[in-house]
Design a protein around this ligand. Structure first.
Ligand SMILES: Nc1ncnc2c1ncn2[C@@H]1O[C@H](COP(=O)(O)OP(=O)(O)O)[C@@H](O)[C@H]1O
Ligand SMILES: Cc1cn([C@H]2C[C@H](O)[C@@H](COP(=O)(O)OP(=O)(O)O)O2)c(=O)[nH]c1=O
Length: 203
């Protein structure tokens, strides 16, 4: 893969995104690439507000949530100093922990998934990733991993059945988008080294 690419890593909470992003970044840096790691929700104001909603499991309308994630995403792309577009322009490979695919899967559980896709994909300044890798892990395994490290589960970590619905949404939406976007689904129910090797085949 050429330099200066926008790579998104997606998957359920606890699927291993953060761990694999660190490993991928290290591998790309060894190849001499400049790498910027980033995540959604962001640390900007809307992202911080969203993290509070998630941590406190606040009752919020799904359409409102989808709009807030979109607002956070727009700032994430366009922020003049630390936005994704700025890093890409400066020659970095950008690796992003979650992007609009998460809005489709999570906010799509209790709202109109097509509306969530429309507001995101129609958005004038929205950047299409060069590659999206979905780490597909059994929801029960993800739930066990989360419960092992969290005192209190967040909004979307409350039950294996909710996580199963989110996985189904991911697979549905990614299947639809695979026709027009570069999307790879990896069986990530394996050891860390095996998953890393599989990811590197596509990057
Ligand atoms: N392939 C794997 N096998 C076993 N444990 C894993 C694997 N990948 C990640 N983990 C563990 O699962 C937990 C969640 O991983 P993390 O990378 O934080 O996931 P995420 O960022 O997707 O929430 C961590 O404790 C991590 O060490
Ligand atoms: C980007 C995004 C995240 N989310 C949710 C998924 C996760 O449950 C949560 C936080 O994501 P994440 O930071 O990956 O989880 P954690 O740091 O707790 O391991 O935000 C959405 O619901 N919609 C979105 O558009």
């Amino acid at each position: 893969m050429e330099k200066n690419k926008f790579i998104v890593i997606e998957g359920l909470d606890g699927c291993g995104k953060s761990t694999q992003i660190q490993r991928l970044a290290a591998a790309l840096r060894t190849r001499g690439e400049k790498v910027h790691i980033t995540a959604e929700p962001t640390n900007f104001e809307t992202g911080a507000y969203l993290r509070r909603i998630l941590a406190e499991s606040q009752e919020k309308d799904m359409y409102l949530q989808a709009a807030l994630f979109l607002a956070d995403r727009l700032e994430h792309i366009t922020h003049p100093e630390s936005g994704i577009a700025r890093y890409l322009k400066d020659g970095y490979t950008v690796i992003c922990d979650r992007y609009y695919y998460s809005s489709f899967a999570y906010q799509g559980t209790a709202s109109d998934i097509d509306w969530v896709m429309k507001i995101n994909l129609d958005c004038a300044q929205m950047l299409t990733p060069d590659l999206c890798i979905f780490l597909d892990v059994n929801p029960a395994t993800c739930k066990q991993r989360i419960d092992a490290v969290r005192e209190k589960p967040e909004l979307y970590e409350k039950s294996t059945s909710l996580m199963k619905n989110i996985r189904d949404n991911f697979l549905n939406v990614l299947g639809r988008l695979q026709k027009t976007q570069n999307i790879v689904i990896i069986d990530a129910n394996k050891g860390l080294d095996d998953v890393e090797k599989e990811i590197l085949k596509y990057v």
